[in-house]
Write a protein that binds this ligand. Structure first.
Ligand SMILES: Nc1ncnc2c1ncn2[C@@H]1O[C@H](COP(=O)(O)OP(=O)(O)OP(=O)(O)O)[C@@H](O)[C@H]1O
Length: 345
């Protein structure tokens, strides 16, 4: 990163809430840097402090201790109009947009450049058009904001932030109201945007698997108020990712990068082998039923999963019988009854 400077930096930052009577610290000694071209996902369990940090970075909430530096300027010294040219913020909360159309809301993104009554110049129109295309909202433009679904409104708010054309974009749970294809699309879009435009994008999210795939860096808020940063893969391998979301009943499988409901593994082992994809999904179904499976061949029960002429086939055997199945559902039914009948454990 030599030659460049971070678009966002915190120095010894403490965030939290302060009243006349008491102060509640949510996290302290935060020294964070967000660089041009980076997509960073801010993760943490409910109540860890993601929104508090986002609001503090955007200047909506007072810093308790330390400094926030935006584009080499102290946040506390920036006037609202100057800040709006450097930082755009997309919140999850429903915004009161009155009777405005989606297009009019996107156009408001240009306010820092035009003033409230100012006319849109050709450059403004260009930026608006680019934002509309990037956020893929052309079909929504003439609709009133109150007629849009939560997910559609979210995309309009992203388009407005893009029209604002700031180097730094902060988004608080931008995928919250989106369905799976749109969540994936939103992450892909933000990732591409950061890369292509050299913007720095920070988003808070509960989409752990998408964040693992799309983020250049993770900021992980731990339950004890510490914030661990790093490349997703390093945080998985170091165990930091798992400990940020440690909960009884779940475990993070760092071999597959997924959270799994912790089932009582039971005492019965089943040898499972064959096509890797079929083995993966068969293992999941067996786990749910409380059966352990692995590749050893000397167990009493065996399942071999392989495609046969384009059809998925599972062969289940134990030396005394062998049956074939073409769905996991029928396989599992058979495993359950065979185990009751033949199990020697
Ligand atoms: N106005 C407030 N005054 C005092 N404490 C607050 C206030 N708002 C939030 N908190 C507390 O600060 C902590 C962090 O809250 P925050 O909303 O930042 O968490 P979060 O990580 O965004 O949670 P979630 O994932 O549930 O949205 C919580 O314990 C919350 O109760």
């Amino acid at each position: 990163m030599s030659g460049a400077f971070p678009l966002l930096e915190t120095r010894n930052l403490t965030i939290g809430y302060s009243t006349k009577k008491s102060t509640r610290v949510i996290a302290e000694k935060l020294n964070l840097k967000l660089w041009p071209g980076q997509l960073v996902c801010l993760l943490g369990s409910n109540g860890a402090g993601k929104s508090t940090l986002m609001r503090t970075l955007a200047g909506l909430q007072h810093v308790l201790v330390g400094e926030v530096i935006i584009n080499q300027h102290l946040l506390s010294a920036l006037k609202a109009g100057e800040l709006a040219k450097k930082l755009s913020l997309v919140l999850t909360e429903r915004i009161e947009a009155g009777n405005l159309t989606a297009k009019e809301v996107i156009e408001l993104g240009r306010t820092p450049y035009t003033g409230w009554l100012g006319k849109l110049t050709e450059l403004d129109q260009q930026k608006i058009q680019q934002a509309i295309v990037s956020a893929d909202v052309i079909p929504l433009l003439n609709q009133r904001m109150h007629q849009l679904s939560d997910g559609e409104r979210q995309k309009i708010m992203l388009a407005r932030a893009l029209a604002q054309d700031t180097g730094l974009i902060l988004l608080d749970e931008p995928t919250a109201h989106l369905d799976l294809p749109n969540r994936v699309e939103m992450m892909r879009l933000l990732h591409t945007l950061a890369r292509q435009t050299n913007k720095a994008i920070l988003l808070s999210t509960h989409e752990l698997d998408l964040a693992l795939q799309a983020a250049d860096n993770l900021w992980l808020m731990q339950p004890d108020g510490k914030l661990v940063t790093g490349v997703p893969e390093d945080l998985v391998l170091s165990g930091a990712f798992e400990s940020a979301f440690a909960k009884t009943g779940f475990f993070f499988d760092n071999a597959t990068g997924t959270f799994t409901i912790h089932h009582d593994p039971g005492s019965l082992n089943i040898a499972l082998s064959g096509d890797p994809k079929m083995v993966f999904w068969t293992r999941r179904a067996l786990q749910r039923e409380g059966f352990r499976s692995n590749q050893h061949e000397d167990f009493q029960f065996q399942i071999v999963a392989n495609p046969d002429n384009g059809t998925a086939v599972w062969e289940f055997s134990n030396g005394e019988f062998a049956s074939k199945f073409t769905t996991i559902e029928t396989l599992i039914d058979s495993v359950k009854s065979a185990i009751n009948k033949y199990s020697t454990t």
